[in-house]
Design a protein around this ligand. Structure first.
Ligand SMILES: [Zn+2]
Length: 317
């Protein structure tokens, strides 16, 4: 059965439209007091290295101003619904299984109309299961979405029975009540093992809470709350240093570099808590010199995983 759809109210849509215009002219400014208050806990000594592979995906070119508030140069940027495979000696897993086959009917149809236009993937977008096959990667052991929005989880529909690790607060957020936030996610989680976890580990870098996934400091989940209540980032130690798959805490690295929040439309409709999202963005900004931040939808950032072919981290075009 499909999820009922929670339609954004008129007030929310108006506020998104107004936010788009106001933000374009006067983007939200860095909160200097908050920045000064952030403590850098440093990075742990990793016990091993892992491989991070971005699956092939087709990008769509979108106006920068529709993604990064108050930013008009370059005029357009590439946006994609990318999935990543992390390979650790003990297990391999897929981060953000983004798209299922027939995503239009199986997930997008459940979204509110006002969002459908903004989030449409290109017609030739590559389902996650197809991307995995194209790279001939071995089967993954589980999935780990950065958050439970349809474009980070609907690919699970093509992996029946694959276990999913989900931050407990995120699971409660999408599971409680008759209506899933935004819509299009509950079908993907049905009839499969769901493994709850908490971020009960110490602060890491500029992030306040963490979870050491394999107990060897090589893959650490960090708290990126705001976009959704339980958003996390996957901090992975690779041969080229630390990579942070940041989900939708930012949509593009320009946001991280220049501390610019998402544009009002559709940002207001998709960021559950705009203030908390902005705090998290500032934490990413402070961490960016020691960890390479890769927003899930930033196509060029994902492609740069392939910039040095002598290393195992790679992205296919
Ligand atoms: Zn997304």
């Amino acid at each position: 059965m499909s999820d009922p759809v929670r339609s954004p109210g008129l007030r929310q849509c108006c506020s998104a439209a107004v936010g788009l215009i106001v933000g374009a002219l006067r983007p939200r400014r860095v909160d200097e007091r908050f920045i000064r208050s952030v403590v850098d806990a440093g990075l742990p000594t990793p016990g091993t290295t892992v491989t991070v592979t971005a699956l092939p995906q087709v990008a769509r070119s979108v106006p920068t101003a529709a993604i990064v508030e108050g930013t008009f140069s370059p005029r357009r940027i590439d946006n994609a619904m990318t999935s990543f495979v992390v390979t650790h000696p003990q297990a391999s897993f897929i981060v953000d299984p983004a798209l299922c086959v027939d995503v239009e009917d199986r997930a997008i149809a459940q979204l509110p109309a006002v969002l459908r236009v903004a989030v449409h993937p290109p017609a030739d977008a590559i389902p996650t299961v197809t991307g995995l096959t194209q790279l001939a990667l071995p089967p993954v052991d589980f999935a780990l979405p950065t958050h439970a929005h349809w474009d980070h989880i609907s690919g699970l529909l093509d992996f029946p029975g694959l276990p999913v690790h989900l931050h407990r607060i995120e699971r409660e957020w999408v599971s409680s009540g008759p209506i899933a936030p935004v819509g299009g996610v509950r079908d993907s989680m049905r009839d499969r093992p769901l493994i709850d976890y908490e971020l009960d580990g110490p602060p890491v870098s500029t992030f306040t809470r963490s979870r050491d996934l394999f107990g060897d400091n090589s893959v650490i989940l960090v708290d990126l709350r705001g976009h959704t209540p339980g958003s996390i980032g996957v901090l992975a130690h690779t041969r080229r240093g630390w990579i942070l798959i940041a989900g939708d805490a930012a949509w593009h690295e320009l946001q991280v570099e220049n501390v610019r929040q998402k544009s009002g439309y559709p940002g207001v409709l998709v960021d559950e808590d705009r203030d908390e999202t902005f705090k998290t963005l500032q934490r990413l900004h402070l961490a960016r010199h020691v960890v390479r931040v890769i927003p899930t939808h930033d196509h060029q950032a994902a492609l740069r995983l392939a910039s040095r072919p002598d290393t195992p981290d790679r992205a296919a075009p």
